[in-house]
Design a protein around this ligand. Structure first.
Ligand code: F6P
Length: 363
């Protein structure tokens, strides 16, 4: 029997619904053919620290609907800027040579990296070092360029939509302004999709800086017309015209150290002061990233996993699988560094929202 070629798969950055579905598709497609697969534990840290384990049909059985990642992940560890302790002092060093040595030791000829923009930028650097590599775009934020969808987004938007449905009943019963803060980093995709699907009255996104007075006026006008309640969805990266981002914390060592958060609470207080109506804030947080993926995300994750292995077997290197016009294609991995995918301010979805009466705070 001929010896099989070997690849490894890792998940990097924040967890996201659909990671396990991608891992499963990668493993099933690979082992059915001429490859065997090792899983790397805890993302890029595992590549440096030599944390590898075999993945076969048994290991991926039953994981399709499971949230999180069976491999573990971290959003701090970058092999090119890796924390090394020396005499009780932590310093950052380029440890990428350790990655090459570990891959060689395990006879791993190539890598599938499942990650968001930070992880895929690291993957681009590893690819430039000669590691045959295919990337898979993951993030609930849907902000990776050159792909119409990242897996995980649909689930996050669905969770936020369900939350809005529930907030509606409280808003109506208590005559309150209910503010829902959702994730998305510097992109307003989750807020926009959930806001439209959940019938929000105001949607505040990073791409359209808002004027507080206009948001308050809309809330007041609704009350004057006999609707003394309003639902406001605010993306964590939204900011007022001329104002700054609301930052919750900084995570040292993370590829992108800023963590956004807090705009919802601020906004609820301001709206209460300006309208005289009781206003409450709900921060959805990591609930959007946890749990089982929607069927759309399961299908997309499976398509991506299969396509990543197929691209690898075709000899494509340094590429990312992507969705364009609902077809799976590959694009150069280095494209991840291009302008992130943001909500087009003049796009159809914003126009549709405005047509059904949604206010973005700039009109
Ligand atoms: O990129 C995914 C994401 O959930 C963003 O929407 C959010 O800003 C960030 O990650 C939160 O990161 P952490 O899990 O480190 O708090």
């Amino acid at each position: 029997m001929t010896k099989k070629r070997r690849i490894a798969v890792l998940t990097g950055g924040g967890d996201c619904p659909g990671l396990n579905a991608v891992i499963r598709a990668v493993v099933k497609t690979a082992v059915a053919g001429e490859l065997e697969v090792l899983g790397v534990t805890n993302g890029f840290a595992g590549l440096v620290e030599d944390w590898f384990r075999p993945l076969g049909d048994a290991e991926v059985s039953g994981i399709l609907p499971r949230g999180g990642t069976i491999l573990g992940t971290t959003n701090r560890d970058n092999p090119f800027h890796y924390p090394v302790e020396n005499g009780g002092v932590c310093a950052y060093r380029d440890e990428s040579e350790r990655v090459l040595a570990n891959l060689k030791r395990h006879n791993v000829e190539g890598l599938i990296v499942i990650g968001g923009d930070g992880s895929l930028k690291i993957a681009t650097l590893l690819s430039a070092k000669g590691i045959p590599l295919v990337g898979v775009p993951k993030t609930i934020d849907n902000d990776i360029p050159h792909t119409e969808r990242t897996f995980g987004f649909d689930t996050a938007a669905m969770v936020a939509t369900e939350a809005l449905d529930r907030l509606h009943t409280t808003a109506e019963s208590h005559h309150r302004v209910m503010v829902l803060e959702v994730m998305g980093r510097y992109a307003g995709w989750i807020a926009l999709h959930a806001g439209i699907a959940g019938g929000a009255h105001c949607i505040l996104i990073p791409e359209i800086p808002y004027e507080l007075a206009k948001v308050a006026e809309h809330v007041r006008q609704r009350a004057a017309k006999g609707k003394p309640f309003s639902i406001v969805v605010v993306a964590e990266g939204a900011k007022p015209v001329g104002g700054a981002l609301t930052i919750a914390r900084r995570v040292e060592g993370s590829f992108e150290s800023i963590r956004l958060g807090g705009i919802g609470e601020k906004l609820a207080g301001q709206l209460e002061d300006m309208t005289g109506m009781e206003a409450r804030c709900t921060v959805l947080g990591h609930v959007q990233r946890g749990g089982t993926p929607t069927s759309y995300d399961r299908v997309l994750s499976t398509r991506y996993g299969v396509a990543a292995v197929e691209a690898y077997l075709r000899g494509e290197r340094g590429v990312m699988v992507a969705l364009q016009e609902n077809r799976i294609v590959t694009v150069p991995l280095s494209c991840v560094a291009d302008q992130p995918s943001n909500v087009p301010v003049e796009g159809e979805l914003v126009r549709v929202a405005r047509s059904v009466g949604v206010v973005f705070g700039n009109e």
